[in-house]
Design a protein around this ligand. Structure first.
Ligand SMILES: Nc1ncnc2c1ncn2[C@@H]1O[C@H](COP(=O)(O)OP(=O)(O)O)[C@@H](O)[C@H]1O
Ligand SMILES: Nc1ccn([C@@H]2O[C@H](COP(=O)(O)OP(=O)(O)O)[C@@H](O)[C@H]2O)c(=O)n1
Length: 239
Protein backbone atom coordinates (compact mmCIF):
# COMPACT_ATOMS: atom_id res chain seq x y z
CA UNK A 1 0.00 0.00 0.00
CA UNK A 2 1.34 3.45 -0.89
CA UNK A 3 1.03 6.75 0.93
CA UNK A 4 -1.60 8.56 -1.08
CA UNK A 5 -4.55 10.10 0.70
CA UNK A 6 -7.25 8.70 -1.60
CA UNK A 7 -8.64 5.26 -0.87
CA UNK A 8 -10.37 3.56 -3.77
CA UNK A 9 -11.68 4.71 -7.12
CA UNK A 10 -13.16 8.08 -8.06
CA UNK A 11 -15.06 7.88 -11.38
CA UNK A 12 -15.46 11.09 -13.40
CA UNK A 13 -17.73 10.88 -16.43
CA UNK A 14 -19.38 13.39 -18.73
CA UNK A 15 -19.34 14.89 -22.21
CA UNK A 16 -16.48 16.75 -23.89
CA UNK A 17 -15.21 19.99 -22.37
CA UNK A 18 -16.87 19.60 -18.98
CA UNK A 19 -13.41 19.59 -17.39
CA UNK A 20 -12.95 15.88 -16.72
CA UNK A 21 -9.25 15.68 -17.63
CA UNK A 22 -8.26 18.89 -15.85
CA UNK A 23 -10.26 18.05 -12.73
CA UNK A 24 -9.23 14.38 -12.59
CA UNK A 25 -5.55 15.18 -12.98
CA UNK A 26 -5.65 17.89 -10.31
CA UNK A 27 -7.65 15.75 -7.89
CA UNK A 28 -5.26 12.81 -8.29
CA UNK A 29 -2.19 15.02 -7.83
CA UNK A 30 -3.71 16.68 -4.73
CA UNK A 31 -4.47 13.33 -3.09
CA UNK A 32 -1.34 11.39 -4.11
CA UNK A 33 -3.40 9.08 -6.31
CA UNK A 34 -3.00 7.70 -9.82
CA UNK A 35 -4.89 9.11 -12.80
CA UNK A 36 -6.32 7.27 -15.81
CA UNK A 37 -7.47 9.07 -18.98
CA UNK A 38 -9.58 6.44 -20.77
CA UNK A 39 -10.43 8.87 -23.59
CA UNK A 40 -6.73 8.92 -24.52
CA UNK A 41 -6.86 5.14 -24.98
CA UNK A 42 -9.84 5.34 -27.38
CA UNK A 43 -8.10 8.20 -29.18
CA UNK A 44 -4.91 6.14 -29.58
CA UNK A 45 -6.86 3.27 -31.15
CA UNK A 46 -8.56 5.78 -33.46
CA UNK A 47 -5.09 7.02 -34.48
CA UNK A 48 -3.97 3.45 -35.18
CA UNK A 49 -7.07 2.98 -37.36
CA UNK A 50 -6.28 6.13 -39.37
CA UNK A 51 -2.62 5.13 -39.75
CA UNK A 52 -3.70 1.72 -41.06
CA UNK A 53 -5.87 3.43 -43.66
CA UNK A 54 -8.95 1.71 -42.25
CA UNK A 55 -12.42 3.30 -42.39
CA UNK A 56 -13.44 4.16 -38.77
CA UNK A 57 -16.96 2.91 -39.59
CA UNK A 58 -15.67 -0.54 -40.65
CA UNK A 59 -16.21 -2.29 -37.31
CA UNK A 60 -14.58 -5.56 -38.28
CA UNK A 61 -11.32 -4.03 -39.48
CA UNK A 62 -11.30 -1.52 -36.62
CA UNK A 63 -11.45 -4.44 -34.18
CA UNK A 64 -8.47 -6.06 -35.95
CA UNK A 65 -6.41 -2.87 -35.71
CA UNK A 66 -7.28 -2.55 -32.01
CA UNK A 67 -6.15 -6.12 -31.30
CA UNK A 68 -2.83 -5.57 -33.10
CA UNK A 69 -2.02 -2.16 -31.55
CA UNK A 70 0.58 -1.98 -28.77
CA UNK A 71 -0.86 0.62 -26.41
CA UNK A 72 0.56 1.75 -23.09
CA UNK A 73 -1.38 4.30 -21.09
CA UNK A 74 0.47 5.83 -18.13
CA UNK A 75 -1.26 6.71 -14.85
CA UNK A 76 0.95 9.45 -13.41
CA UNK A 77 -1.15 12.62 -12.91
CA UNK A 78 1.91 14.84 -13.38
CA UNK A 79 2.79 13.23 -16.69
CA UNK A 80 0.02 11.27 -18.36
CA UNK A 81 1.59 9.45 -21.31
CA UNK A 82 0.06 7.56 -24.21
CA UNK A 83 2.46 5.33 -26.14
CA UNK A 84 1.33 3.64 -29.35
CA UNK A 85 3.61 1.11 -31.07
CA UNK A 86 6.62 2.47 -29.21
CA UNK A 87 6.12 6.22 -29.79
CA UNK A 88 4.49 8.89 -27.64
CA UNK A 89 1.28 10.05 -29.36
CA UNK A 90 0.06 12.43 -26.65
CA UNK A 91 -0.11 15.43 -28.97
CA UNK A 92 -1.25 13.67 -32.14
CA UNK A 93 -4.32 12.08 -30.52
CA UNK A 94 -5.74 15.58 -29.79
CA UNK A 95 -5.78 16.55 -33.47
CA UNK A 96 -8.99 17.05 -35.48
CA UNK A 97 -8.62 13.85 -37.57
CA UNK A 98 -8.56 11.69 -34.45
CA UNK A 99 -11.36 13.71 -32.83
CA UNK A 100 -13.50 13.01 -35.90
CA UNK A 101 -12.72 9.28 -35.96
CA UNK A 102 -12.85 8.47 -32.24
CA UNK A 103 -16.62 8.21 -31.72
CA UNK A 104 -17.25 5.51 -34.35
CA UNK A 105 -14.10 3.64 -33.27
CA UNK A 106 -15.17 3.69 -29.62
CA UNK A 107 -18.65 2.43 -30.54
CA UNK A 108 -17.19 -0.91 -31.73
CA UNK A 109 -18.00 -3.53 -29.05
CA UNK A 110 -14.70 -5.44 -29.46
CA UNK A 111 -12.72 -2.22 -29.00
CA UNK A 112 -14.60 -1.48 -25.77
CA UNK A 113 -14.16 -5.04 -24.50
CA UNK A 114 -10.42 -4.85 -25.07
CA UNK A 115 -9.92 -1.40 -23.54
CA UNK A 116 -12.24 -1.96 -20.56
CA UNK A 117 -10.20 -5.07 -19.63
CA UNK A 118 -6.97 -3.03 -19.84
CA UNK A 119 -8.51 -0.20 -17.82
CA UNK A 120 -9.59 -2.60 -15.08
CA UNK A 121 -6.06 -4.04 -14.92
CA UNK A 122 -4.54 -0.55 -14.63
CA UNK A 123 -7.03 0.32 -11.87
CA UNK A 124 -6.28 -2.89 -9.93
CA UNK A 125 -2.53 -2.28 -10.11
CA UNK A 126 -2.94 1.36 -9.04
CA UNK A 127 -5.08 0.39 -6.06
CA UNK A 128 -2.45 -2.15 -4.98
CA UNK A 129 0.44 0.28 -5.43
CA UNK A 130 -0.96 3.71 -4.51
CA UNK A 131 -4.27 2.98 -2.77
CA UNK A 132 -6.33 5.27 -4.97
CA UNK A 133 -7.01 6.31 -8.56
CA UNK A 134 -9.12 8.92 -10.34
CA UNK A 135 -10.50 7.57 -13.62
CA UNK A 136 -12.18 9.73 -16.24
CA UNK A 137 -14.21 8.88 -19.32
CA UNK A 138 -17.76 8.16 -20.48
CA UNK A 139 -18.58 4.78 -18.92
CA UNK A 140 -16.43 4.60 -15.79
CA UNK A 141 -19.27 4.73 -13.25
CA UNK A 142 -21.58 2.56 -15.36
CA UNK A 143 -19.25 -0.13 -16.76
CA UNK A 144 -15.52 0.10 -15.98
CA UNK A 145 -15.73 0.63 -12.21
CA UNK A 146 -19.35 0.19 -11.06
CA UNK A 147 -18.11 -0.23 -7.45
CA UNK A 148 -16.26 3.12 -7.39
CA UNK A 149 -16.43 4.82 -3.99
CA UNK A 150 -17.45 8.09 -5.64
CA UNK A 151 -18.99 8.70 -9.06
CA UNK A 152 -19.28 12.21 -10.38
CA UNK A 153 -21.01 13.15 -13.64
CA UNK A 154 -19.75 16.50 -14.89
CA UNK A 155 -21.96 18.68 -17.06
CA UNK A 156 -21.72 22.20 -18.54
CA UNK A 157 -23.57 24.22 -21.19
CA UNK A 158 -22.55 23.18 -24.71
CA UNK A 159 -21.59 26.79 -25.48
CA UNK A 160 -19.25 26.97 -22.47
CA UNK A 161 -17.73 23.61 -23.34
CA UNK A 162 -17.10 24.68 -26.95
CA UNK A 163 -15.50 27.92 -25.77
CA UNK A 164 -13.15 26.03 -23.43
CA UNK A 165 -12.19 23.51 -26.10
CA UNK A 166 -11.63 26.20 -28.77
CA UNK A 167 -9.41 28.17 -26.37
CA UNK A 168 -7.48 25.00 -25.55
CA UNK A 169 -7.05 24.18 -29.27
CA UNK A 170 -5.70 27.62 -30.12
CA UNK A 171 -3.35 27.47 -27.12
CA UNK A 172 -1.98 24.22 -28.59
CA UNK A 173 -1.50 25.87 -31.96
CA UNK A 174 -4.54 24.28 -33.63
CA UNK A 175 -6.76 26.57 -35.64
CA UNK A 176 -10.38 26.40 -34.47
CA UNK A 177 -13.47 28.53 -34.08
CA UNK A 178 -16.08 28.31 -31.34
CA UNK A 179 -18.76 27.55 -33.97
CA UNK A 180 -16.86 24.64 -35.50
CA UNK A 181 -15.96 23.33 -32.05
CA UNK A 182 -19.58 23.63 -30.89
CA UNK A 183 -20.67 21.58 -33.91
CA UNK A 184 -18.06 18.93 -33.08
CA UNK A 185 -19.03 18.84 -29.40
CA UNK A 186 -22.73 18.40 -30.33
CA UNK A 187 -21.93 15.70 -32.90
CA UNK A 188 -19.87 13.70 -30.40
CA UNK A 189 -22.43 14.17 -27.60
CA UNK A 190 -25.11 12.73 -29.89
CA UNK A 191 -22.93 9.87 -31.13
CA UNK A 192 -21.63 8.90 -27.68
CA UNK A 193 -25.07 9.10 -26.01
CA UNK A 194 -26.93 7.02 -28.57
CA UNK A 195 -24.50 4.18 -29.31
CA UNK A 196 -25.71 0.67 -28.45
CA UNK A 197 -22.80 -0.34 -26.21
CA UNK A 198 -22.04 1.64 -23.01
CA UNK A 199 -23.65 4.92 -24.07
CA UNK A 200 -22.66 8.09 -22.27
CA UNK A 201 -25.03 8.51 -19.32
CA UNK A 202 -24.77 9.13 -15.59
CA UNK A 203 -24.69 6.07 -13.32
CA UNK A 204 -27.80 5.82 -11.13
CA UNK A 205 -25.67 6.61 -8.06
CA UNK A 206 -23.56 9.42 -9.61
CA UNK A 207 -23.46 12.94 -8.18
CA UNK A 208 -24.04 15.53 -10.91
CA UNK A 209 -21.77 18.56 -10.91
CA UNK A 210 -22.50 21.45 -13.29
CA UNK A 211 -19.21 23.23 -14.03
CA UNK A 212 -20.63 25.99 -16.29
CA UNK A 213 -20.05 28.77 -13.78
CA UNK A 214 -17.21 27.20 -11.79
CA UNK A 215 -13.53 27.77 -12.46
CA UNK A 216 -11.09 24.87 -12.16
CA UNK A 217 -10.32 25.75 -8.54
CA UNK A 218 -14.02 25.61 -7.76
CA UNK A 219 -14.42 22.23 -9.45
CA UNK A 220 -11.43 20.81 -7.55
CA UNK A 221 -12.79 22.12 -4.24
CA UNK A 222 -16.20 20.54 -4.90
CA UNK A 223 -14.56 17.19 -5.74
CA UNK A 224 -12.30 17.20 -2.68
CA UNK A 225 -15.37 17.95 -0.56
CA UNK A 226 -17.26 14.98 -2.05
CA UNK A 227 -14.24 12.70 -1.49
CA UNK A 228 -14.05 13.76 2.14
CA UNK A 229 -17.77 13.38 2.75
CA UNK A 230 -17.57 9.81 1.40
CA UNK A 231 -14.77 9.08 3.86
CA UNK A 232 -12.40 8.27 1.00
CA UNK A 233 -9.68 10.63 2.20
CA UNK A 234 -7.29 9.27 4.76
CA UNK A 235 -4.40 11.23 6.17
CA UNK A 236 -1.32 9.01 6.06
CA UNK A 237 0.13 8.28 9.48
CA UNK A 238 3.88 7.72 9.61
CA UNK A 239 5.61 5.90 6.72
N1 LIG B 1 -14.36 24.91 -14.89
C1 LIG B 1 -13.60 25.36 -15.91
N2 LIG B 1 -13.50 26.67 -16.15
C2 LIG B 1 -12.75 27.14 -17.17
N3 LIG B 1 -12.05 26.37 -18.01
C3 LIG B 1 -12.11 25.05 -17.82
C4 LIG B 1 -12.89 24.48 -16.77
N4 LIG B 1 -12.75 23.14 -16.84
C5 LIG B 1 -11.95 22.90 -17.88
N5 LIG B 1 -11.54 24.04 -18.47
C6 LIG B 1 -10.66 24.15 -19.65
O1 LIG B 1 -11.39 23.62 -20.73
C7 LIG B 1 -10.56 22.80 -21.55
C8 LIG B 1 -11.14 21.39 -21.64
O2 LIG B 1 -11.06 20.78 -20.35
P1 LIG B 1 -10.81 19.22 -20.17
O3 LIG B 1 -10.46 19.01 -18.76
O4 LIG B 1 -9.88 18.71 -21.22
O5 LIG B 1 -12.30 18.66 -20.45
P2 LIG B 1 -12.78 17.19 -20.78
O6 LIG B 1 -11.73 16.25 -20.31
O7 LIG B 1 -14.07 17.03 -20.03
O8 LIG B 1 -12.99 17.16 -22.25
C9 LIG B 1 -9.17 22.85 -20.94
O9 LIG B 1 -8.41 23.81 -21.62
C10 LIG B 1 -9.42 23.29 -19.52
O10 LIG B 1 -8.35 24.03 -18.98
N1 LIG C 1 -14.55 5.88 -21.32
C1 LIG C 1 -14.60 6.44 -22.55
C2 LIG C 1 -13.79 7.54 -22.87
C3 LIG C 1 -13.86 8.07 -24.15
N2 LIG C 1 -14.69 7.51 -25.06
C4 LIG C 1 -14.74 7.99 -26.45
O1 LIG C 1 -13.56 8.69 -26.75
C5 LIG C 1 -13.84 10.02 -27.21
C6 LIG C 1 -12.75 10.97 -26.73
O2 LIG C 1 -12.78 11.05 -25.34
P1 LIG C 1 -12.00 12.23 -24.58
O3 LIG C 1 -12.36 12.13 -23.16
O4 LIG C 1 -10.57 12.20 -24.96
O5 LIG C 1 -12.65 13.49 -25.28
P2 LIG C 1 -12.74 14.94 -24.76
O6 LIG C 1 -13.89 14.94 -23.80
O7 LIG C 1 -11.46 15.28 -24.08
O8 LIG C 1 -13.00 15.73 -25.99
C7 LIG C 1 -15.25 10.32 -26.72
O9 LIG C 1 -15.92 11.23 -27.56
C8 LIG C 1 -15.90 8.93 -26.76
O10 LIG C 1 -16.35 8.63 -28.06
C9 LIG C 1 -15.51 6.46 -24.72
O11 LIG C 1 -16.27 5.98 -25.53
N3 LIG C 1 -15.44 5.93 -23.46
Amino acid sequence: MGHGELRGVVALDGPSGTGKSSAARRLAAALGARYLDTGAMYRAIALAVLRAGVDPEDAERVAEVARAAALEQGDDPERSTTVLDGADVGAEIRGPEVTLAVSPVSAVPQVRELLVARQRAIIAAALAEAGGIVVEGRDIGTVVAPDAGLKVYLTADAQARAQRRARQDSASGRASTVDATLADVRRRDAYDSTRAVSPLRPAADAVELDTTSLDLKGVLAALVDLVERRGLRVVAVGG
